[in-house]
Write a protein that binds this ligand. Structure first.
Ligand code: C2E
Ligand code: MG
Ligand code: MG
Length: 626
């Protein structure tokens, strides 16, 4: 009696789509909810279509009650599907019809449903006669209903759809026309179960044009994009209490050109994963150019969320070789600010972001690095990559002098790289780039390895050296297997561990517990530690006490400052440290007077241009080898 060749494939297509739709991340917006309604109602229609048709064909196997129930269910869902398509059209049009209009437009649907549902008593749409299914006198009400809502939808699109993009308007008209054609086909080929296929095509058009998740998701991790943000904001009703927490990566474009696009994108992806994992109570958005937004109920613990994010950014994000460090600035908007429309909210947020990107910087006081600076940084990055690749990082040595004898006792290893014309680039320029770009571990290892090779290749005592200081970046200290890696290098060069002192700066002491663990491991391996640049940051004495330093190096600025204004602070600090058992090195000694004064107030070792600038290894050997 009925032909099923269309209906089965369309059930499979439908299930595939449903799985896709449910599996992907969706925005909690009306359009998605109505579409899910369309899908579920459609699924019910198709299932009851198949079941009731089979039952009608095999009527002898079923009671009249069963046939009534199955067919009634079919007609109820069939009519509901028509209406749900209409609701979807109204949703995408964002047309808010008045109450009267809404009631009027619902009436035909409500009436048809009533007629269909009461058919078991009235026999108006269908009836079971002699145990067999037969159409009733008002069967055509389902066609009436279908045509009515298709045409109403098309009229509404033509009337209210002008603000839509032409492609979307075409898609909206398209799926309604498909439904219209489907109804005509059903009229003509009434023994084919064909309407489900046309409905399925309409659903596909809707999915592809309006709901494809890729339209609302960024391609950088599990966050929604600007379109998604607009969609959600446009549905926020004025009396709902919401909170928008935004933050922006500082110096986004500079950082991007320095780190490289793919590494930056990888970082952004990581951040989005972190946000969606850590704050399930909020919706994450990524609005391009390093701008992130979390949106949620006002009642969520926003202060704590902001604190947690700020803390997370203290540590790095996995980069190509090592963590990359990104600075952020926050901005927030709450429902209290009474911004009436999505556009107002977005433009306010954009303004806030603009302000922040002008105000915040990681390149020092200057508000935004000039193009020339960026260009220079990119050049440095290239030189750095080249030097690392060719194992061409150079190590310069600067002598450290015993303040009492005036003789050399040690040296500090200082990294140098060269630009493509062979000019030396100072570490003040390339170390920060290496740290942000994820190259610092590799760089540090080359310096360490070359220092080891120097030690084992020469008579250290003959040069007057008892040890060589090697600088360790805070980021290197985060590398969990640092002790193991350094241990292997020492072994490879047969270098005694006592001949190397590791210098770490106050900055490293930010991540207190991590550093303590790391230092303990290195200490167990025999390394000794020096605190570098004391006074340039904000380390306090009690903290210093908790580390096994053998020596404190006073920062050059602290030393120079003392000569500008000789108060008792520096001598007191030096005495304090000495009481705690640390020896003291003064850096930046440029004159005989400085050397004498510093010796007078207790410095044990001196380092500075007075004795020598940092020298290439060969020059150092030439000067001190005799
Ligand atoms: P630092 O460890 O405090 O090194 C001392 C810096 O002071 C060196 O600068 C040295 O050239 C400079 N200096 C020494 N005596 C004088 C002086 O009398 N007057 C003046 N004006 N400067 C003096 P350099 O070589 O440019 O290194 C700068 C910083 O770069 C170092 O400061 C260190 O923090 C970092 N650095 C250098 N090599 C490495 C390395 O291999 N790894 C790491 N992580 N950092 C390094
Ligand atoms: Mg140093
Ligand atoms: Mg220093």
């Amino acid at each position: 009696m009925w032909n099923y060749s269309f209906v089965f494939p369309s059930v499979l297509v439908m299930l595939t789509l449903l799985v896709f739709f449910l599996a992907r991340r969706r925005l909690p917006i009306r359009m998605n909810r109505v579409f899910l309604g369309v899908l579920l109602v459609h699924l019910c229609v198709v299932l009851f279509d198949i079941i009731s048709s089979r039952a009608d064909e095999n009527y002898a196997l079923h009671t009249a009650g069963q046939l009534y129930a199955l067919n009634t269910a079919f007609f109820i869902f069939y009519l509901a599907r028509i209406f749900w398509f209409y609701l979807f059209t109204m949703t995408i049009l964002d047309a808010r019809p008045g109450r009267l209009m809404m009631i009027l437009s619902t009436l035909p649907f409500a009436f048809s449903e009533l007629v269909a549902a009461s058919s078991c008593f009235t026999g108006l749409v269908f009836t079971i006669r002699d145990g067999m299914y037969a159409r009733g006198p008002l069967y055509d009400i389902i066609y009436f209903c279908s045509f009515f809502y298709c045409l109403l939808s098309i009229a509404m699109i033509l009337l209210h759809g002008r603000h839509m993009k032409p492609t979307l308007m075409a898609a909206a008209l398209g799926y309604n026309i498909v439904l219209l054609v489907g109804n005509v086909a059903r009229l003509i080929f009434s023994n084919y179960l064909i309407m489900g296929t046309f409905s399925m095509i309409a659903i596909q058009v809707i999915y592809l044009a309006f709901l494809n998740p890729d339209l609302y998701l960024t391609d950088r991790g599990p966050a929604f994009n600007m379109r998604g943000f607009q969609a959600v904001l446009s549905e926020i009703s004025p009396h709902r209490k919401y909170h928008i927490l935004g933050f922006i990566l500082q110096n986004y474009s500079q950082e991007r050109s320095i780190l490289g696009g793919d590494q930056m994108d990888q970082g952004i992806t990581q951040i989005n994963h972190y946000l969606s994992r850590s704050f399930p109570e909020a919706l994450p958005f990524y609005l391009r150019s390093g701008r992130f937004v979390l949106l949620g109920k006002a009642s969520a613990p926003w202060a704590a969320i902001q604190r947690e994010i700020a803390e997370r950014f203290q540590s790095g994000w996995p980069g190509r070789n090592a963590p990359i460090y990104l600075g952020i600035t926050f901005a927030s908007i709450t429902s209290e600010s009474n911004l009436s429309s999505a556009d107002r909210i977005i433009s306010n947020l954009t303004l806030a972001f603009e302000d922040m990107s002008h105000a915040a910087t990681t390149f020092g006081e200057d508000a935004s690095a000039s193009l020339q600076e960026i260009d220079q940084q990119v050049d440095i990055l290239r030189s750095l990559e080249r030097a690392l690749e060719r194992d061409a990082v150079e190590v310069f040595l600067q002598p450290v002098v015993d303040s009492h004898t005036g003789g050399i006792v040690a040296a500090e290893a200082l990294a140098r790289i060269r630009d493509d014309q062979g000019r030396v680039i100072p570490p003040g320029l390339f170390i920060p780039i290496a740290e942000r770009g994820g190259f610092i571990n590799q760089l540090g290892e080359q310096v360490f390895e070359k220092t080891c090779a120097f030690i084992s290749g020469h008579d250290l005592a003959g040069l007057g050296l008892s040890w060589i200081n090697v600088n360790l970046s805070p980021i290197q200290c985060m590398q969990r297997d640092l002790a193991k890696r350094f241990g292997e290098i020492l072994k490879r060069h047969n270098t005694p561990v006592e001949s190397i002192h590791l210098e770490i700066t106050e900055q490293s002491m930010v991540d207190y517990s991590m550093l303590q663990r790391q230092i303990r491991q290195l200490q167990d391996a025999g390394f000794q530690f020096v605190l570098d640049d004391y006074g340039s940051g904000y380390s306090n004495l009690t903290r210093v006490k908790h580390y096994p330093f053998i020596n404190i190096k006073l920062d050059m600025e602290v030393v120079w400052d003392y000569f500008r204004d000789r108060d008792s602070l520096l001598p007191t600090i030096i005495q304090g440290f000495k009481k705690m058992g640390f020896s003291i090195t003064a850096e930046g000694i440029e004159t005989k007077e400085m050397a004498d004064v510093l010796t007078g107030i207790g410095a044990d070792y001196l380092q500075g241009y007075l004795f020598s600038r940092p020298l290439p290894m060969e020059e150092f050997l030439e000067k001190y080898g005799k």
